[in-house]
Design a protein around this ligand. Sequence first.
Ligand code: MSP
Length: 652
Amino acid sequence: MQSSPENSTCQKAYITTPIYYVNDVAHIGHAYTTVIADALAIYSRMVGYDTFFLTGTDEHGQKIEEAAKARGKETQAYADEISGKFKALWDDFDISYDKFIRTTDTAHKQGVQFAFQKMFDKGDIYKDVYKGHYCISCETFFPKIQLVDDEFCPECGKPTSIVEEESYFFRLSDYQERLLQWYRDNPECILPKSKRNEVIRFVESGLEDLSVTRTSFDWGVHLPAEIDDPKHVMYVWLDALMNYLTALGYGTDEVRMDQWPARVHLIGKDILRFHAIYWPAFLMSLEMPLPKHIAAHGWWTRNGEKMSKSKGNVVNPREVADAYGLENFRYFMLREVPFGGDGDFSQRALIDRINSDLGNDLGNLLNRLIGMSGKYFEGRVESDLVEKYYPAELHAMHDSIDKLEPLLFEMQIHRYLEELWRPLAIANKAIDQYQPWTLMKEGREAEAMALNGLIATILANVAVMLHPIMPKTTDTIAAALGFGITEESYRHLTKERELLAPFTVEKIPPLFPRIEEAVLLEKAEKQPETAKKETEKETKTEGVALIGIDQFFQTSLKIGTVIQAEEVPKSKKLLLLQVDLGDGDIRQVVSGIKEWYSPEELVDTQVCLVANLKPAKLMGIKSEGMVLAAKDDEGLVLMRPEKPKKTGTVVS
Ligand code: MSP
């Protein structure tokens, strides 16, 4: 590879994803951040920046300890397992990370202790007593005023508990003015810019010192030996945020500290406060430079609904990639949603993007080139007369390509892709307008060949700039056009506006075969009979299927309160129940319990409901759940909590 242009050789690009909690498996939200970061990293390498791409897992805290316990596993073994799954997913997705950090790594823990000691020595950390409402799920204390109904977490809605404990505090309040100054002096420090205003407003309303240790659990980084206070472990967010420094060797071997400060921390909007307030304050305390951008994306929903395990509508990225192709999925995620906004995953939207943007606009253009050059020139493509015959198209294409670069690091990735599709429109239009078949008929061969050259050059430029988003597909396109995507070809084509050298186009099968309908469900149904039988054999014992704990947790069981019950007309067996699951979630359930229960005796009693069953129709009435019951020779009884529980309580 050749050396890069002067202004880019010294550029550093340290790009990070959040480190993912190991209490859950990866979903589309995780894949989204990771793919954006990967695209930025591939781009940075392609243009010659000294690039370092970090991802990893966040493994400490009460939440993880409890998740392990619930599954009957030792905490470290559980963390190893889930962290391994994240890593395997990113490896299968060809994510080009340079380091996968785990907060249970020894070097990370040493680095965090080093930082803690430094802040402590400086007087930025002091010991006091903390009393407050703590949400385990969010690992955050909330002032009473922020709680919902004086009890529930304002972020996730789960009950908080009152925790009174000795704690070390970080003097966050001392950094309020410096933080505000940083936001003001660096209009692009938080992206999109609208989010920066939110943060400014929050900080202006006043910052309290932050409790940065806990004594109520043990699964975390202990304080430095010098402080000698063994019952304290560090607050998970202090521990987690520090990963961005410890991954470079901060506090240990310092091996990649030349990469600091980060070019961009990619995160989701829900963790902006931690990154835009606590993290820069910690860095100021450590006297470290601040990151260039903190970029917060929005949330994915599914078919318009919030994704949650209990609804059973979480999008599994591996399934989508298997069904629709990994790179198509990457393209969809980055193109579909303006960065910072929320996005909706639906198979229809994905199929439309594949068929239309990728199939019609891009794939078809390559097919047209293969067809034209094959028919008229035995596959040869020569570009030397492009400038002579099609200067307007050529320049318009380059003008679009020139606009792209800034859009990427400003996190306008959907606009980047939108702009990148303009050259494709120019190329498709040029074929329709100049009609190579007419040119050939009229004996204007040179013009027809130059048109081939124009199309090939446009495709080559698009392939290079699309490479970060669809690396393998674009390598295939480039190979068909007789070149490879490298730092050098990037420069020659897009910067120096060179035309493609003469080549013979390779005939390749269509890159984006048309998809007619959703494939995800069909796939599961179309399991071959023999394979199905084998699987059944392996997973059954004495006629009962053996399932893993993960499978069990796919069932959402909740305590519901029956608020209405009535007979289903003309049915001997069925009752129609309205079951309240809390938070406004009221389910209509048709249940075959009429022989054993009357509607009157059910109202205001509690039941245990399977809450994530696909709705079904019984006697033409929609049923949105199933009540659990046990039936033997003596009849049927409903399964209910021994004592009344809050409506919506999860049963596990
Ligand atoms: N461990 C912390 C991050 C520490 S970084 C120092 C954490 N982990 S997480 O696994 O819960 O979330 C990781 C990321 O996934 C966050 O950026 C979050 O915004 C993102 N998402 C979680 N659900 C999401 C969607 N439904 N859609 C898009 N992103 C979502 O927070």
